[in-house]
Design a protein around this ligand. Structure first.
Ligand SMILES: C[S@@+](CC[C@H](N)C(=O)[O-])C[C@H]1O[C@@H](n2cnc3c(N)ncnc32)[C@H](O)[C@@H]1O
Length: 463
């Protein structure tokens, strides 16, 4: 296989041959390197790589769409397919731009990058990049002070990246205004582990996206934003106290920044970033363009805005009237979003009645309020799973009013979803801590309206 390119800053002659178990492979780069039972086995392969006058012989690895060829001297070559890359073909220029941005920011959470270029292989476009060969060494797992021993042991079994490493990644995403690819946290199987020795090795789909971190304002001055915010605070302050305790906590929940420099401050559990932006790093924002998203307990609309700006049609359901009024004000007067609606009502009733099917349903720190007993929410979870491809979920763990362990919560989700991925957890403003999950009712490429009910009937869901 010979790769050609006309980029003067990169090597011009690159030749690759691949063998595995004595068989030589020649890929057309139109299909994944392994598709069904075709292509490479899920184990290392042997390669001979010639780059200009240098020859490297070694063992390579692969994911669905990329080959990794370590030279044996601390660096290696990644070859990225662009054609037919689920759910869509990649734009090679965007991939090169993404890699060059990561090279430029020179962050500790990414490998050092030497160069990236588009190249041609038998009429197909691919992307080549030379970068540091990060070693897959054991990472340390310090126990977070807020986490009970039992949960700590469980988390080490189900999440093979220490939470401290994830926290650092999130901080860097926010600092450098990066939209990470949805599966940046993927962490299982051969070629599927993405964070090695504290560095993210698969990052070519990470985009520099300032609009994710400062919402784009359409003709609204900071004075006008201030008025909208002050009016909202006045409404919140008039909230009726519950049991003599004022309900208003002094600031809105979901902190938001706007690109005219205005900020509506919200909760920040680490005093560094608003929790809203931390959670946004786990939303499947690269999967929602032209799709429907439902946000149950949408609060001030932050997740809806993120998804709508990523091209989705969003519906937020929220029981607190003051939250809906502010969300609508931000949507209509500041962001002027058209495909985003907010409904004042009960999220449980709405979900029960809707006949729609959603790409993503979001329920972040709401289930414990609607179903304070984890063991009495099965009908709800089952109905929810039948109505979406992805379920984004956050929940308190070990909370004084919701005192369930990480294992109990995860196992409950596993009863209803084909794949349950705990992604992150953090110490938060109240008792216990919060855990963030993404759940797949069924394998995403195969899922669709009606599929979940069918596979449930056939008994194909894990118990
Ligand atoms: C802890 S806040 C979480 C807000 C937001 N989902 C987030 O994570 O940033 C819980 C939200 O759920 C709303 N909520 C609680 N029960 C609800 C229900 N039955 N229907 C709709 N919203 C509800 C509350 O009013 C509040 O806005």
């Amino acid at each position: 296989m010979i790769f050609t390119n006309d980029n003067k800053e990169c090597p011009s002659f690159i030749k690759l041959s691949i063998t595995q178990n004595g068989k030589e492979y020649n890929f057309d780069f139109k299909e994944p390197f392994r598709s069904g039972k075709q292509g490479l086995n899920k184990e290392p392969f042997d390669f001979v790589l010639t780059i200009d006058k240098d020859e490297y012989v070694g063992k390579g690895s692969f994911g669905q769409d990329a080959l990794w060829l370590p030279y044996g001297n601390g660096a290696g070559l990644k070859v990225i397919r662009t054609e037919n890359n689920w759910p869509h073909t990649l734009d090679p220029d965007q991939v090169v731009k993404n890699i060059n941005y990561i090279k430029e920011i020179n962050s500790e959470i990414f490998p050092n990058i030497e160069w990236a270029t588009k190249a041609d292989i038998s009429g197909q476009v691919c992307v080549l990049t030379e970068m540091e060969d990060v070693q897959d060494i054991e990472m340390e797992y310090p126990r977070p002070a807020y986490m009970p021993e039992e949960d700590f042991n469980y988390y080490k079994d189900i999440l093979n990246v220490p939470v401290q490493v994830l926290k650092k990644c999130i901080s860097e995403f926010i600092n450098h205004k990066l939209l990470p690819e949805t599966s940046w946290y993927k962490n299982g199987g051969f070629g599927a582990r993405n964070i090695l020795d504290g560095k993210i090795v698969d990052f070519h789909l990470f985009e520099h996206k300032p609009s994710m971190y400062s919402f784009p304002v359409k003709e609204c001055s900071t004075d006008e934003c201030q008025k909208i915010y002050d009016d909202a605070l006045d409404r919140y302050k008039r909230w009726i106290p519950i049991d003599g305790v004022p309900k208003w906590k002094g600031k809105i929940y979901q902190g938001m920044n706007f690109d005219n420099g205005f900020t509506m401050p919200g909760y920040s559990s680490d005093d560094e970033n608003f929790d809203s932006y931390v959670k946004a790093c786990f939303l499947p924002l690269d999967k929602v363009k032209d799709k429907k998203v439902l946000d149950l307990g949408s609060n001030q609309g932050f997740f809806d805005f993120q998804c709508a700006l990523a091209g989705a049609e969003t519906t937020g359901i929220e029981i607190t009237k003051e939250d809906v009024t502010l969300a609508k004000d931000i949507k209509d007067k500041i962001l002027k979003l058209e495909k985003s609606e907010f409904i004042h009502g009960d999220a449980i009733k709405y979900l029960h009645e809707t006949k729609d099917w959603y790409e993503v349903i979001i329920m972040s720190s709401v289930l414990h309020q609607t179903h304070p007993d984890l063991y009495a929410c099965d009908d709800f979870l089952q109905s929810l799973a039948s109505k979406c491809r992805y379920f984004f979920f956050e929940t308190p763990v070990g909370h004084k009013h919701y005192n369930f362990s990480l294992k109990q919560v995860t196992e409950k989700l596993q009863e209803h979803f084909y794949d349950v991925r705990m992604l992150y957890f953090y110490d938060c403003y109240s008792t216990g801590y919060r855990a963030v999950y993404i759940c797949y009712p069924w394998d995403p490429p195969q899922n669709g309206p009606g599929v979940y009910e069918q596979i449930r009937k056939e008994g194909r869901l894990k118990k």
